[in-house]
Ligand binder design. Structure first.
Ligand code: GLN
Length: 182
């Protein structure tokens, strides 16, 4: 199995470390040529969704990535990666994200909470979004303070927090691998 990691900006190296420690091959996508390699899944990391949008468009990655996900390529989006999949960005998932949703003081925080099918997991939020609307096909996987922070729609998995920043717990990445293998 080979997983593409979008590496235009943001926390891509941490995802790569977690996935490789799980014995999965990865490669970084910095341009269209990288993207064209064979892959079984895509990770869109945290970062800044406005910057990521602009760079993806400038490099001609927007439409090919959108089409690949629509055609069933499994994708895991964390934080800004969640925002990228919502209905105001790539629009492959039937969700609307609210950006920078926790206000200034609560912009970044750590907690532990329930993740459906996994149990309590560490959750690092950094100027994170939450999911303010989810369509009928979307399965809610975690809520924190009454807000939806993780969800799945078929082969698309999103977290508002950063599981790659707590690499001692790899269960969410393992869950993504199980989605790819299904
Ligand atoms: N605040 C960022 C955005 O709006 C997301 C932050 C993150 O990915 N850690 O894109």
């Amino acid at each position: 199995m080979k997983i593409a990691i979008l590496a235009l900006q943001g926390a891509f190296a941490e995802h790569q470390e977690v996935l490789e420690s799980l014995g999965v091959q990865t490669f970084l996508v910095r341009n269209l040529q990288d993207w064209e390699q064979e892959k079984q899944a895509l990770v869109i990391p945290g970062g800044e969704s406005t910057a990521m949008t602009r760079i993806m468009r400038d490099l001609g990655l927007w439409t090919p990535i959108r089409h690949a996900i629509m055609e069933g390529l499994p994708v895991f989006g964390t934080c800004a990666g969640l925002i990228m999949l919502d209905d105001t960005h790539l629009g492959t998932m039937d969700i609307t994200a609210q950006r920078n949703a926790y206000g200034r003081q609560l912009g970044s925080f750590f907690t532990q909470d329930e993740f459906a099918g996994i149990g309590r997991v560490p959750m690092t939020f950094i100027r994170a979004p939450f999911i303010e609307r989810a369509g009928q096909e979307v399965e809610i996987l975690a809520t924190v303070q009454g807000r939806v922070v993780a969800a799945r729609q078929q082969r698309q998995l999103v977290c508002a927090f950063h599981p790659e920043l707590t690499p001692e717990d790899k269960r969410i990445h393992e869950f993504f691998l199980s989605i790819i293998r299904q």
